[in-house]
Design a protein around this ligand. Sequence first.
Ligand code: ADP
Ligand code: TRP
Length: 312
Amino acid sequence: MNKKRLLTGLQSSGKLHIGNYFGALRPAIELFEKYESFLMVADLHALTSVREPELLRQSTIDVVKDYLAAGVNPDEVTLFRQSDVPAHAELAWVLSCLMPVSYLELAHSYKDKVAKGLEANAGLFTYPVLMAADILLYDTDVVPVGKDQQQHIEYAREAAKKFRVAYEGLFTEPQGIFKEDVAVVPGTDGAKMSKSYKNTIPLFASQDEIKKAVMSIVTDSAGDMPINVYSIHRLFKGEAELAKLYEENKGKYGNLKNALIDDIDAYFAAMREKREQITDADVEAVLKKGAEKANKIAEAKLAEVYKVVGLR
Ligand code: ADP
Ligand code: TRP
């Protein structure tokens, strides 16, 4: 019984909040279990925008810690760092020789930058080609990503096609898996929880920080039902239990918030503790093992490619 292959990549994007956990991490981890899965930290892609070496290095480590603590099993999922597998950059070069400039000019990621009047580097321009290489090297069947990445999946499919037309069909054409609209986790002000709105409850934070965030949840003074507290509470407890709790504590927002703090704590305590115990060295060991497996597959594929195009 051969499982289909899944690959996804991520760039670190700051500290995670519970909206990220319920909306992205947890669903991703459920998917990983159904496939032969590869999870890649896209540090070469990050280099298109990060100019601080230590930040780039540490972000990679931190994002791996987050995923390990949240439940990614490194014995099941191949977790690796893009720059540890040189074949990604090498295949990207071959594919870029097949990719019309006019087609790359249509990429949103590039167009948006230019529209904002920012200078785009060539790395940003060829970003979709590198991403196509990430995906095609592993004969990936499915790529779970956010809707914003849909166009990049098209580039990967197109690169596979272009290669087939020019040479032969060496690559699997990948399918994107786009998250159905997961329920939006509301923030402390009732709007969508988002780091850009500063209304988050952080996932990996001290108890004090969580307390502070929960205490800051806006409660409407009219009516007895603190709807913002309740909608977050719903993530942690069943409706029946909550109905009782909210009935017993009508109007007592402090009690309800304290109950929520306890429930958040109970839910994430083990995960937080786990994250604290993961050292940078643990992460390096996981990445090293992942890179060995990834390199084996990627090198074999690249060797085929080099032969087919006449580089060997
Ligand atoms: P932010 O809005 O905090 O910048 P991102 O845009 O980096 O978060 O989102 C990362 C992932 O987390 C995405 O898959 C997104 O769908 C999910 N996500 C972010 N905020 C929420 C939320 N409030 N509810 C559900 N999912 C969310
Ligand atoms: N561009 C993706 C993002 O910003 C990250 C990424 C890089 C990726 N390579 C990938 C995602 C390969 C899926 C497959 O989210």
